[in-house]
Design a protein around this ligand. Structure first.
Ligand code: HEC
Ligand code: HEC
Length: 311
C-alpha cells in the first residue's frame, strides 16, 4: 500500500521565516472566533467611552452621554431615604418628649437612628458602648449616676446645649467649676475657690472623700477633713456628699468617678480643679446649622435613655 502523501502545511500557509534548529514557525491566521472577540472588545470600549465617564481631563473626566455617577447615585439614595423618613422625623419632633417611648414605631425609629448618631458623634468621647472614658471626665451613660439627670427631658437638654462650652449661652454649668483649692494653684479655676487649702488640708479633704466613698482612709485625717468639707465643699456637693444636679457636682459617696477615686487622682482634682466640657449639638449662631437637627437630638436622647441608666 502506498503511503499517503502528506500535504506539507508549509505550502498552504507559509512560515513566518523564523527557524530554530530547523524548527520553523507556521504562519497560521488567528482563529476566527478570537478575531471576532477582539473586534467586539474594541467596539465595546468605544461605546463605553462614549456612554460613560472615561477620558481623564485636567479637572475630572469626560462625562459620557449617560451622565452616570456613583456619587450621584448615593446622593439620590440619601435623598430618597430622607423623603421616606420625613414623616416619622416630623412626628418625632412634634411628639411630647415623654410620650416618644410609648409609641412603638417612634421608639423603634429613634433607637435605630439614635444608635448610629451616637456612634458618629458621641462615641469619640463617651466610648462606643457609652461606658465613658474612666479618668478622663467623660461620663458613663449606662449607669444610674447622673450629673444633670437621666430623665428623657434632662438628657435632651444636656445634648441640645452641652456643658460649659463657650458657644451656647444655654449650656449647662457655664461658670460652675470644681475649684482649684491648692494655695499654690493659679489660673481661672483657682479664682473660683472661696478659700485656699494647704497641702495638709487637701490631704485631709482627700481622706474624707476616701472615707465617704467607702474606701480605706486615714481616720485622723478624715476626721479633720469633715470640717473642711462642711466649710468648703458642702455648698456644691451637698452636706451628705451626694452631689447636686443643679450644679452638675458629682456624688462623691458612690464608686462611680469622672476622674478617679484613688488618693492620687483625688488629690489632683481637689488641688487643681476640674471642668468637663461637652459641645452643644442644637445651638446654631445666626446663619449656620446646628451640629444635629432636632429629630436627631431626640433620637439620640431616646437611645441614651434606653441604655439602662435612664430614669
Ligand atoms: C468632646 C467630648 C464629648 C462629646 C463629643 C460628647 N460628649 Fe457628652 N459629655 C462630655 C463631658 C466631658 C460630659 C461631662 C460634663 C461635666 O463634667 O459636667 C458629658 C456629659 C454628657 C451627659 C450628661 C451625663 C450626666 O451624668 O448627666 C450626657 C447625657 C451626654 N454627655 C450625652 C452625649 C451625647 C448624646 C453625645 C453625642 C450627641 C455627646 N454626649 C457627645 C463630653 C462629650
Ligand atoms: C463651686 C462648686 C464646688 C465646690 C465648692 C466644690 N466642688 Fe467638687 N466638683 C464640683 C463640680 C461641678 C465637679 C464636677 C467637675 C466636672 O464635671 O468636670 C466637682 C468634682 C469633684 C470631684 C471629682 C469627682 C469625680 O467623679 O471624679 C471631687 C473628688 C470633688 N469635686 C471634691 C470636692 C471637694 C473635696 C471640695 C471641697 C474642698 C469640692 N469638691 C468643692 C463643684 C464643686
Amino acid at each position: 500500500m502506498a503511503k499517503p502523501i502528506k500535504e506539507d502545511p508549509k505550502d498552504k500557509v507559509g512560515t513566518t521565516g523564523h527557524s530554530w534548529d530547523g524548527i520553523e514557525e507556521l504562519n497560521n491566521p488567528l482563529p476566527r472566533w478570537w478575531v471576532w472577540v477582539f473586534y467586539l472588545c474594541i467596539l465595546y470600549a468605544l461605546g463605553y467611552a462614549i456612554a460613560y465617564p472615561a477620558w481623564p481631563l485636567i479637572h475630572g473626566a469626560t462625562p459620557g452621554l449617560l451622565h452616570a455617577s456613583t456619587r450621584l447615585d448615593v446622593e439620590k439614595d440619601i435623598k430618597a431615604f430622607d423623603e421616606m423618613n420625613a414623616p416619622i422625623k416630623a412626628k418625632l419632633v412634634a411628639a411630647d418628649l415623654t410620650a416618644i417611648e410609648g409609641d412603638a414605631s417612634l421608639k423603634a425609629y429613634a433607637l435605630d437612628a439614635g444608635k448610629s448618631i451616637f456612634a458618629t458623634n458621641c462615641a469619640p468621647c463617651h466610648g462606643a458602648g457609652a461606658a465613658g472614658v474612666q479618668g478622663k471626665g467623660y461620663p458613663n451613660l449606662l449607669d444610674n449616676d447622673w450629673l444633670y439627670g437621666g430623665a428623657i427631658d434632662a438628657i435632651h437638654t444636656t445634648v441640645t446645649h452641652g456643658v460649659r462650652n463657650t458657644v451656647d449661652p444655654e449650656a449647662r454649668n457655664v461658670g460652675i467649676y470644681m475649684p482649684a483649692w491648692s494655695d499654690k494653684a493659679t489660673g481661672a479655676l483657682a479664682d473660683v475657690a472661696t478659700a485656699k487649702l494647704t497641702d495638709e488640708q487637701v490631704g485631709q479633704a482627700v481622706n474624707y472623700v476616701l472615707k465617704i466613698s467607702g474606701q480605706t482612709a486615714d481616720e485622723a485625717k478624715a476626721t479633720a477633713g469633715t470640717q473642711i468639707f462642711t466649710d468648703n465643699c458642702a455648698a456644691c456637693h451637698n452636706p451628705d456628699g451626694k452631689g447636686n444636679r443643679d450644679m452638675g457636682s458629682p456624688n462623691l459617696t458612690d464608686a462611680i468617678w469622672l476622674y478617679g477615686g484613688d488618693e492620687a487622682t483625688l488629690t489632683q482634682t481637689i488641688k487643681f480643679g476640674r471642668g468637663g466640657v461637652m459641645p452643644s449639638w442644637g445651638y446654631a449662631p445666626e446663619g449656620s446649622k446646628p451640629r444635629l437637627t432636632e429629630d436627631e437630638i431626640r433620637a439620640v436622647a431616646v437611645y441614651v435613655h434606653s441604655l439602662g441608666g435612664g430614669e
